[in-house]
Design a protein around this ligand. Structure first.
Ligand code: PLP
Length: 512
């Protein structure tokens, strides 16, 4: 990190590009000033370059955390690091999708209270992945966590690149703490965006402009912002099945209608004829995801060109712009030696949604970005609308520390060879047993055809063998299960016997 630059930039904060820094934003900096005053009074953290304060702070942090550890030790004498990790990972996942109230209670509340019904339903409806996860907890208590093969969640299990850790430490120790943790411009720090644009242009021969990059709180935020910026009531967004289930939530939250186009089940590439049919005068955008969650399939250049042809045709037919949104959090998780077709090189009315959750194993840090193609027919307006959408949803700005961290480590990724090793072992063993699937080229998911029609029944039967597999009905298609192989290699090795028994039971005993 160029710290002089970082300090210099401090002065430019909320200047130049920050015409967008509205008066509200200036209020925010007022708040910052107050906050730093407070810090000065209480802990001296803002004088953070003095050794004394550093020590004091370190001491306080250590004390705080050792308290936590001691407390948890008191609760359960012999809790190992493993168990603690498990405990905290359980808590984290609880936060992600916990249903605070039962369905019956929800119904009562909906009748009795005047709170937003749609949001209440959204927050209290249990996801299938959640149910599976809870079953997993029960199984782990009963059989021990090493005897339960949990393939339910897409949480990276490979550490972030070492450069990320070093950069975090560097930034914390060496840079101006106030600036480091300050609000950045709503659209993100300029230097960070320049580094990202340069990297994309170098890597993909793209023509991305930093002033069309908008830093986000991960791809989920990027998508909600983008959809909100594009959709007028009644607009339709076409997705390709199977699709990431949150797409429905994001589209409907923006008052749009989700339209599902089929994929070809031999490849899981979009069925171009069906895509053609699903696009109509109300279509605002087509949303694609490659490498794909849940199939792991990667869209080659030919596939992208096929989609682009359909869109060009339809833009002419309806005499309007139809956008192509490429959701690519798994872009760097590619196991074949093929070029990633960067969407702005192929289609003008396009946007990229990116996240560092998977490529740098930073899902909890919530950091990503949107790229608006500068050649888009309404590039400036769209970018402003994106800023408006972010503002309307109260995002303020992406996590400032991690804007600096990821942009300074922009060309480093987690070691994906470990996922590749998992994938190769798992696919070869499952193929030997008789399971059918399309070979995945990226991400960390395998989408396996169920030997019986009912994916929910298959997933339920799998629980008998301590296998946690997500039924494909969650992804808008029936008859498959998703295996997230971002787990320890040993978990995969030890699970094979269970997969064999499961197959034996359903095929030989003809469960239907
Ligand atoms: N899009 C897809 C296809 C995903 O699988 C995920 C997360 O699993 C996201 C978006 C959201 O990613 P983030 O963690 O960056 O919000």
């Amino acid at each position: 990190m160029d710290f002089d630059n970082l300090n210099k930039k401090k002065k430019e904060h909320c200047s130049s590009e920050s015409n967008n820094c509205s008066s509200e934003r200036n209020d925010c900096s007022g708040e910052n000033d107050n906050r730093s005053g407070e810090n000065d009074n209480h802990s001296g953290e803002n004088d953070n370059h003095s050794g004394e304060n550093d020590n004091r702070r370190g001491e306080a942090l250590r004390a705080q955390y050792s308290d936590k550890i001691d407390n948890s030790r008191n609760k359960s004498d012999n809790r190992s690091g493993e168990a603690l990790r498990a405990q905290f990972s359980d808590e984290r996942d609880d936060c992600r999708c916990e249903s605070p109230i039962s369905t019956e209670e929800t119904k009562k509340v909906i009748v009795g209270a005047n709170i937003n019904k749609k949001m209440l339903e959204l927050g209290s409806n249990r996801s299938e992945i959640r149910d599976l996860f809870e079953n997993g907890i029960i199984l782990k208590q009963k059989y021990g966590s090493d005897k339960v093969y949990d393939f339910s969640l897409g949480n990276p299990n490979i550490p972030a690149p070492i450069s990320v850790k070093k950069e975090i430490i560097n930034l914390i120790n060496e840079s101006d703490g106030i600036y480091l943790h300050s609000y950045t411009q709503a659209q993100g720090n300029i230097e960070a965006r320049k580094k990202i644009a340069n990297s994309l242009n170098k890597k993909y021969g793209a023509d991305v402009s930093f002033d069309k990059i908008y830093m986000t709180v991960g791809a989920a935020a990027g998508l909600t912002i983008t959809l909100k910026s594009l959709i007028n009531e009644g607009d339709e967004i076409v997705v390709i099945s199977p699709y990431f289930p949150e797409y429905k939530v994001f589209v409907e939250n923006a008052n749009g209608k989700l339209v599902v186009a089929k994929s070809n089940i031999d490849t899981f590439y979009p069925d171009m004829d069906d895509l053609r049919q699903k696009i109509n005068k109300n279509t605002k955008a087509v949303l694609i995801n490659s490498p794909n969650n849940p199939t792991g399939v990667f869209y080659t250049e030919d596939v992208i060109k096929g989609i682009v042809n359909v869109l060009n045709e339809k833009e002419k037919e309806y005499n309007k712009s139809i956008f192509l949104i490429s959701d690519e959090p798994y872009r760097e998780l590619l196991y074949v030696d093929k070029k990633y077709p960067f969407i702005t090189n192929y289609y003008d009315n396009s946007l990229v949604e990116y996240s560092f959750s998977k490529s740098m194993s930073l899902p909890g840090e919530r950091i990503g970005y949107i790229v608006v193609n500068k050649n888009c027919s309404v590039a400036d307006e769209l970018y402003y609308a994106i800023m408006g959408a972010g503002r309307s949803m109260g995002y303020v700005c992406a996590n400032s520390l991690f804007q600096y961290v990821v942009s300074n480590c922009i060309d480093d990724n987690s070691d994906i060879n470990l996922y590749k090793k998992n994938k190769e072992f798992l696919t070869s063993r499952l193929r030997e047993i008789g399971y059918k699937f399309v070979e995945p080229d990226g991400a960390f998911y395998l989408f396996v055809k169920c030997p019986i029609c009912d994916d929910r029944l298959f997933s339920k039967t799998a629980l008998k063998y301590n296998l946690l597999l997500v039924p494909s009905s969650s992804f808008g298609i029936s008859g498959y299960v998703r295996i997230a192989y971002c787990v320890d290699y040993d978990t995969i090795k030890n699970s094979i016997e269970s997969f064999r028994k499961l197959y034996g039971e359903v095929v030989n005993e003809k469960i239907n």
